[in-house]
Design a protein around this ligand. Structure first.
Ligand SMILES: C[S@@+](CC[C@H](N)C(=O)[O-])C[C@H]1O[C@@H](n2cnc3c(N)ncnc32)[C@H](O)[C@@H]1O
Length: 341
């Protein structure tokens, strides 16, 4: 085991159930707790083994060799877009050329907390946290643990480096396969409450009724099972009034992330629901409205449209409008107010 102070950098978690004894590694401070660990590791080993000590000159040469369609470049693009939005506004050394101001994730977190209302007094789960700024922001508004989970190991590594070393380091895309390294120090209040784990948001390794807040910022349309993600979110939340969910999404469905039959809306416009994604998500989060509606679910509040610009490169931005919903889930042994009407 490798350890720095209280933090385990490398080790193995072993399930204490004698009939299970499954092993889950902790690598670079990130516990990988996946149901099918063998599949995850074998598909992601290049990101797990990825070096972060190479100079930007060498990285640019590797980037040229791999080319624009490579997984190497795809990974740099993700890092560029999300790290810029999450931390670009904290760069003390330079203002980056962009037609968009970074920090839109902060607006989503703050509007979500406004909509969900009241204080958070139990652990918080940030589902699909990417490079982690939302988790740090949630920790500033909580006195309990905040756990950011994601599947993308490179983004988690960036988040862990920020947590452990207080250093933001990422490639900012100028255009093509040209990137400029960004590196600067940051500090966050309550950072000691934050951690980042590698977990699937549609199969979470947590007991029922664990979290006081579960946030899903722009994740529903990126997962293989959007409905499974919502069901998991409801399962791990404490029953209302102690547990709240914040969900935002631009409903930017793509077959590369989600098979079309698993999309929530976005197809079958001939049907009664006319393929209306926001309407369908509302129904799924309103107990009794649909056979598939989540039991005990109730929408607390929502905002139809919040801008979420994603920087692609110096001269390109994708401007999304996200739907924000704050919801809660009543224990079915206790009737929800909605059902009493
Ligand atoms: C569009 S990004 C949003 C990132 C961040 N929440 C934000 O709004 O800036 C979606 C994130 O979900 C993560 N993701 C996709 N499928 C996932 C899954 N099954 N479990 C955990 N994370 C997942 C991706 O790796 C990515 O970081």
């Amino acid at each position: 085991m490798k350890q720095t102070g209280d933090l385990i950098i490398e080790g193995v978690l072993v399930c204490t159930n004698r009939s299970c004894m499954s092993e889950f590694p902790i690598i670079d401070g990130i516990p990988i707790v996946m149901a099918d660990l063998r599949q995850y590791i074998s598909r992601n080993y290049q990101w797990i083994m990825n070096r972060t000590d190479l100079s930007d000159v060498t990285e640019s040469l590797i980037g040229d060799c791999c080319g624009p369609e490579s997984t190497y470049d795809a990974q740099r693009r993700y890092l560029s877009s999300y790290a810029f939005d999450h931390y670009g506004g904290m760069n003390p050394y330079q203002e980056d050329p962009s037609s968009v101001v970074p920090g839109s994730i902060l607006h989503l977190v703050r509007e979500g907390l406004n909509r969900a209302g009241s204080g958070i007094s139990a652990p918080v789960l940030d589902m699909g946290c990417a490079v982690g700024r939302s988790a740090f922001e949630l920790a500033e508004n909580s006195d309990d643990i905040v756990l950011g989970v994601d599947l993308n190991f490179s983004m988690l590594k960036t988040a862990q480096t920020i947590l452990r070393e207080g250093i933001v380091r990422y490639p900012l895309r100028r255009g093509g396969v040209v990137y400029d390294r960004r590196e600067f120090p940051v500090t966050f209040k309550n950072a000691e409450q934050v951690d980042f784990w590698c977990c699937d948001v549609a199969g979470l390794p947590f007991a029922d009724n664990t979290f006081g807040l579960a946030a899903s910022f722009n994740v529903i349309d990126c997962v293989a099972s959007p409905y499974g993600h919502l069901v998991e979110l409801a399962r791990v939340l404490l029953p209302a009034p102690h547990g709240k969910a914040i969900i935002t999404t631009p409903y930017d469905w793509s077959a590369s992330a989600t098979a079309i039959e698993a999309w929530i809306g976005g197809h079958s416009q001939r049907s009664e629901t006319r393929g209306d994604s926001p309407g369908l998500v509302r129904s799924l989060l309103s107990s009794g409205e649909f056979p598939q509606s989540i039991d005990g679910a109730r929408i607390i509040s929502e905002t139809e449209s919040i801008p979420w610009p994603v920087r692609i490169h110096d001269r390109s931005v994708v401007q999304y409008d996200v739907h924000l919903i704050a919801a809660e889930f009543y224990d079915q042994k206790v009737k929800s107010p909605q059902k009493e009407v």
